[in-house]
Design a protein around this ligand. Structure first.
Ligand code: ZN
Ligand code: ZN
Length: 245
């Protein structure tokens, strides 16, 4: 009976896929159509224990990848929820440029399938900040929206948006590669409340992990002011072979 009633509502007010906008019928808990959902791919273990890169089936658990062994990043661990894909790109685009709240249920559905336990014991949840100029133009920070979706309400008292600040309005990292990414961000972040960070465990939230330059630069700032450790969580990760460098 409920289905019949809901079906009637579907006809009058069709629900839409959060990614492609196709009409959804039935399966009321789903926020994306079957086609879009089939494009969503969670990362498979074993992962590099530091940067979270997929190591491939044969590797033992608790290993680090060659890149991290050679040059350990300043953070304790980085994890991403899903691989970068056309549907994830669409969701992120909606989140970032359109202020499109219709993508939020789709992202929430993806997050509901991910184990956030490793990020449960943090003192602060801090989204990677935008520069004030960009924030004013866009009206919101997509990493802050993600942090709100990732952490349940009870954690949101430790969500901090005024500790880490972006002191330079840098060009978007996506337009650069390799060494230029790193150079672009040197000195781009600082702390507004330096004393707050001492001996704290920080969970840093960003949308995409590509080369890890942005999160490394933020982590370096936290560590230089005495943070105990920094854990990174991003919605998606661009695979190594598709990285800029
Ligand atoms: Zn769809
Ligand atoms: Zn690694």
């Amino acid at each position: 009976m409920r289905d019949l009633a809901m079906g009637g509502t579907d006809l009058l007010f069709p629900r839409r896929c959060a990614a492609c906008g196709a009409k959804l019928f039935g399966e009321y808990e789903r926020k994306m159509c079957g086609d879009c959902w089939s494009d969503i791919s969670f990362l498979h273990r074993p992962l590099c224990r530091i940067c979270g890169m997929e190591l491939g089936g044969e590797s033992e658990r608790n290993h680090a990848c060659g890149v991290c062994l050679q040059k350990p990043p300043p953070y304790l661990m980085a994890r991403s929820v899903v691989r970068y894909s056309p549907v994830v790109q669409k969701l992120l685009y909606g989140l970032k440029y359109g202020a499109d709240s219709s993508v939020l249920p789709g992202i929430a559905e993806i997050l509901s399938q991910f184990d956030m336990a490793p990020f449960g014991q943090c003192d602060y949840i801090i989204p990677v900040p935008l520069h004030l100029k960009r924030l004013r133009r866009r009206g919101f920070n997509q990493s802050m929206l993600l942090a709100k979706l990732m952490f349940p309400k009870k954690s949101q008292s430790i969500l901090q948006t005024n500790i880490l600040i972006r002191t330079r309005n840098t060009v978007p990292q996506t337009t650069l590669d390799g060494v230029k990414r790193r150079k672009n961000l040197i000195g781009a972040f600082n702390l507004a409340k330096k004393a707050e960070i001492d001996q704290k465990t920080i969970c840093l939230v960003d949308d995409v992990f590509t080369t890890g330059t942005t999160v490394s630069e933020c982590s370096r700032v936290f560590c230089s002011y005495g943070a105990k450790e920094v854990k990174i969580i991003t919605l998606t990760r661009v695979e190594m072979s598709r990285r800029g460098s």
